[in-house]
Design a binder for this molecule. Structure first.
Ligand code: AMP
Length: 142
């Protein structure tokens, strides 16, 4: 199963936050959208980083609530690992596991084309396994 297959069902919308916006804006968006990470963009809408709930927790633990008034750019991860649509989901999960992060922006033709999380990958892989099992059961019964 490829990442493209997950995106075809999940959709390609990516929640973003501007790098100059405050950490509070990012945290508000994470909470409102019930998600764990936002892609950080610049004025041109280009990907310049990623900020996750873990970054926010770390920022508040070290700087206190004042961190919420700082810019997102102060706490985001700049070196973002991305994936291509054609990548196998298992390979993508392995890369996330090795890198100890749970979100993977997807790039197609040099542009942001979606995002998958380990949760998405597990959900769709389980569904696929269930379909395979029931097809096998039908085959054996028939
Ligand atoms: P997460 O597991 O997504 O909450 O992220 C854990 C840490 O990894 C945070 O510091 C994130 O900023 C960072 N991170 C999340 N996704 C990526 C990614 N695709 N590439 C690089 N770092 C990431």
């Amino acid at each position: 199963m490829t990442i493209a297959r997950i995106l075809a069902r999940k959709g390609r919308d990516v929640d973003t936050v501007h790098q100059r916006h405050s950490l509070r804006d990012a945290v508000d968006k994470l909470a409102a959208k019930h998600i764990g990470a936002l892609v950080v963009v610049d004025e041109a809408g280009a990907l310049v980083g990623i900020i996750s709930e873990r970054d926010a927790v770390r920022a508040i633990a070290t700087r206190g609530c004042d961190a919420l008034d700082d810019e997102v750019s102060a706490y985001m991860t700049r070196d973002v690992v991305t994936a291509a649509e054609g990548e196998d989901v298992i390979a993508a999960v392995q890369r996330m596991s090795q890198g100890r992060f749970r979100h993977l922006p997807v790039i197609a033709d040099g542009r942001l084309a979606g995002i998958i999380s380990t949760g998405d990958a597990v959900k769709y892989r389980l569904e696929q396994m269930e379909q395979e099992q029931s097809a096998l059961r039908e085959y054996i019964a028939g």
